[in-house]
Write a protein that binds this ligand. Sequence first.
Ligand SMILES: Nc1ncnc2c1ncn2[C@@H]1O[C@H](COP(=O)(O)OP(=O)(O)O)[C@@H](O)[C@H]1O
Ligand SMILES: [Mg+2]
Length: 283
Amino acid sequence: MAIVVSMINMKGGVGKSTLTFNLAWRSAWRENLRVLAVDLDPQANLSQYFLGAQKYMDMLESGAHSIVDVFEQFSSPTKTSGSPSLLEPETAVQVLNEWDDGSLLHLVPSRLELSWTLKNPTEKAQLLPKFLADIKDAYDLILIDCAPTESILTLAAYRSSRYVFVPVRPEFLATIGLPLLARSLNEFRIMHSDQDLEMAGIIFNGLRRSNTPPEQEKSMKDVRSLATEHCWPVLDSVAHHSDSYATGSRERTPIFQTSYARDYVVHEFHKVANEFLEKVQLK
Ligand SMILES: Nc1ncnc2c1ncn2[C@@H]1O[C@H](COP(=O)(O)OP(=O)(O)O)[C@@H](O)[C@H]1O
Ligand SMILES: [Mg+2]
C-alpha cells in the first residue's frame, strides 16, 4: 500500500509544486516506483507543470474529472435526488507515463473550481482519504501538493497522509509559516489520535550556491532552531537555486532531463530525492 506524503508550507512560492513535480518524476523513472501525484491547490501549478499549458487548457475544456470531482461528488446540483452516485476513483486519475517494468506516474489534476470546495466545506475533508484508500494499492508513493493556506484542503491532506514534507525557501520571513504549521499539526494529532502523521523533514530550496547572502544564512539559522524546538528533521541535502527548475517546469521535464541543466544541479537533486525517499521509508 502506498505511502502518502503531503508537501506543505503555509507560505507560497517556496517550491512545493516544483519539488513535487521533480520528486514524482524521479521516484517513478529512476527509482522504479509506482507514483501518483495529487494536485490539491486550486492554482493548479502542479497540473500545469505536468501537462503543459496546452494540454492543461484542453483538459479544462474537455471537462475531464479532477480533484474537484473528488470533493464535490455528492454536491453537484444535478444530484439532488435519488441515491448518491459515487465517483469512480480511476476516472479522476490521468496517466502521464508507464514503464515496461511496472513503474508508473499518474496525476490527479486540479482546477480553479477547487476553491469552491473552500466555500462549502462541510465534512468534505473525509472524501480525499476515502478516494485514496480505493486506489492506494496501485501505488508505492502518493505525493500531495498542498495549497499554502490552512483550510479544509489541509485537513484533507493531513487525514490522507503518513508524512508531511516541508520545503522552505531561506529568505526574509521564511519562518513565518512554521509556527502555524506546528500548531496545525499538533491540533490535528490531538483530534486524530488514531492516525500516525509524522514530519518527514524540512528541505531548504532556492539557496544561493555561492556568495550566500547574509539574510539567507540568518534565515537558515532561524529555521534550524525552530526545527530543533519541534524535533523536526532538516535534510542534509539542499536544492540550491537554479533557473533549470523553472525551465524544466515550462518544458514539462524533470530536472534530470531538462536541457542545459548543469550536472551538479542534477546530481544535487538526486541527493535530495534519495534523502527524501529515506525519510519516508521508501529507501
Ligand atoms: N530551486 C529553485 N531554483 C530556482 N527557482 C525555483 C526553485 N524552486 C522553485 N523555483 C521557482 O519558484 C517559483 C515558485 O515555485 P513553486 O514550486 O511553484 O512554489 P510553491 O508551490 O511553493 O508555491 C516557480 O517559478 C519555480 O520555478
Ligand atoms: Mg504550488
